[in-house]
Ligand binder design. Structure first.
Ligand code: THU
Length: 162
């Protein structure tokens, strides 16, 4: 018998950075620093990500573009891959993402692309630790307690098991 499943996603919305926890504010500031160092001469869309590890270390990443467009990579994956390369045994616990257009932070929250969400959920599953994600915009900040809220019905390693 066919059933309709309503999927409920838990997303917290804030209007200003001052409403965030101290640690989340620090992470947003680190992501802003990262965005200003992005290499995005083709899109002029400068994205920054800051990843907080369980040991307190923060790893920054930003988008790296290329004249051969598909060879570039998003800020989120640059940050996560760098974190996982340097600290393969330390869980990622939180991540902030920001974007700048024409040198100005966007008004609304940045929402990561599907490929980045896939890498984010892989990291969550890998370390068996939820990742709090802060999607920053000057007037609209979205926070989720797990990447699962950003990628329902996801494909993860459990699907590969017999
Ligand atoms: N980009 C990111 O780095 N992260 C996102 O969440 C969205 C898109 C980058 C890819 C490309 O360098 C530029 O932004 C425009 O798509």
């Amino acid at each position: 018998m066919m059933k309709k499943l309503d999927i409920i996603l838990k997303v917290f919305e804030y209007q200003s950075i001052n409403e965030l926890d101290e640690q989340d504010q620090v992470l947003v500031h680190q992501a802003i620093e990262a965005a200003s160092d992005a290499y995005a001469p083709y899109s002029n869309f400068h994205v920054g990500a800051a990843v907080l590890l369980d040991n307190g270390v923060i790893i920054k990443g930003n988008n790296q573009e290329n004249a051969a467009y598909p060879s570039g990579l998003c800020a989120e994956r640059v940050a996560l891959f760098a974190a996982n390369a340097q600290y393969p045994d330390v869980p990622v616990v939180a991540m902030a993402i920001v974007a700048m257009k024409d040198g100005q932070l966007t008004d609304t929250a940045v929402t990561p692309c599907g490929a980045c969400r896939q890498v984010m959920i892989e990291t969550e599953v890998r370390f068996e630790h939820p990742i709090k994600v802060i999607l920053y915009g000057k007037e609209n900040i979205l926070v989720v307690d797990s990447v699962r809220e950003l990628l329902p019905l996801s494909f993860t390693s459990t699907k590969l098991k017999p």
